[in-house]
Design a protein around this ligand. Structure first.
Ligand SMILES: *Cc1c(COP(=O)(O)O)cnc(C)c1O
Length: 215
């Protein structure tokens, strides 16, 4: 190995992932050249949280045709159409209104995106997400949206939720997904992906532990 520090970190991280967990390399804040290095080392799925930044990198990487782009940031209504055209998966759908808009526009564009519903299991003013109550109330309508596939739940733990409490939060999210019949879980970042993977996460979203600190 030893081709680049990021490629070495990718190899080490991949070797530790359980069989049920895939790695989303979160490349926000990192240049296209860093993405290219990881793609050459075998990574296919990349996560970005800002459309404008992602678009520039996608253009630069247009020759890497087999990359799989996931949108993980807060999604504004006026960005839904370009996001649907440029990303195959959206991890951050945090309201029925947004899901309805995605379904309508996907229908117009002839697309069938995979989406995660973002849930907020603890109060956190810095993060979006449906409360469990909202999710259960909107679930019948969410399930009827024709032009998207709800594949799972996404969650983030507030900073101050640590240790066993954080593990409990991941386990709650996993139980909620199971209750709704959803197979996928997008949980776990650089600081807590091993706990999330142990709780059944199927996608860990790892940025700094892979690419190093942001520029
Ligand atoms: C930035 C980001 C990540 C990755 O965070 P790291 O701590 O750098 O691994 C994961 N998920 C979301 C939604 C993010 O915005």
């Amino acid at each position: 190995m030893g081709t680049s520090p990021a490629a070495d970190r990718l190899a080490a991280l991949s070797a530790q992932l359980p069989a049920h967990t895939r790695l989303l390399a979160v490349s926000k804040g990192h240049p296209a050249s860093s993405i290219r290095a990881l793609a050459q080392a075998g990574q296919r799925s990349f996560g970005e949280s800002r459309l404008q930044e992602a678009t520039a990198k996608q253009q630069e990487l247009a020759d890497c045709v087999d990359l799989d782009w996931h949108f993980i940031g807060r999604l504004q209504a006026n960005k839904v159409r370009p996001v649907l055209k440029q990303f195959s998966v959206i991890h951050s759908v945090d309201s029925l209104t947004l899901a309805e808009r995605i379904s309508r526009i996907a229908g117009e564009e002839g697309l069938l995106p995979s989406i995660f519903l973002q849930v907020k299991l603890r109060p956190d003013p810095n993060k979006g997400g449906l409360s469990v109550e909202e999710l259960e109330r909107e679930w019948p309508r969410l399930q009827q949206l024709p032009h998207l596939r709800i594949v799972g739940l996404m969650t983030m733990a507030p900073l101050e939720v640590e240790g066993a409490e954080r593990e409990a939060l991941f386990a709650e999210c996993s139980a909620l997904a199971q209750r709704l019949g959803l197979a996928e879980l997008s949980m776990g970042m650089s600081g807590d992906w091993p706990e999330a993977a142990a709780a059944g996460s199927t996608w860990v979203r790892v940025g700094s532990a892979l690419f190093g600190p942001k520029l």
